[in-house]
Design a binder for this molecule. Structure first.
Ligand SMILES: [Zn+2]
Length: 94
C-alpha cells in the first residue's frame, strides 16, 4: 500500500527487509563491513518502511547517548519512542 515502484516486499536492492531490520543497530554502530554497510544503505534508500525504522533507531540511539551524560534520562520521551518503534515493527511484520 505504498507509492513508488519499490512497494514489493523484502526485495529492495536485493536485501531482505528482515535482515536490514535485524542489523540496523550494527549499521548505526558502524560495526559492519564496508560491503554490508553499502548494502544496507542501498536498501534504506529504496525501502521506506526500513528507512522509517532506521530513523527511529537513530533517534533512540542519539537519545540514549545523550542521556548517558550528566542529564537525567528523559524516561517519558524514551518510552514514547519505544512505543512508536513497537508500532512500526508491527506494521512491518503484518
Ligand atoms: Zn526494507
Amino acid at each position: 500500500m505504498m507509492c513508488g515502484p519499490d512497494s514489493g516486499q523484502g526485495d529492495a536492492a536485493g536485501t531482505d527487509c528482515s535482515e536490514v531490520l535485524h542489523r540496523v543497530y550494527e549499521y548505526l554502530d558502524g560495526e559492519m563491513t564496508r560491503d554490508d554497510t553499502a548494502k544496507i544503505a542501498h536498501h534504506l534508500e529504496a525501502c521506506s518502511p526500513c528507512l522509517k525504522q532506521y530513523d527511529l533507531d537513530q533517534a533512540l540511539k542519539a537519545l540514549v547517548k545523550r542521556s548517558c551524560a550528566c542529564e537525567e534520562a528523559p524516561v517519558e520521551l524514551r518510552t514514547q519512542i519505544m512505543a512508536r518503534i513497537t508500532t512500526i515493527r508491527y506494521e512491518i511484520s503484518e
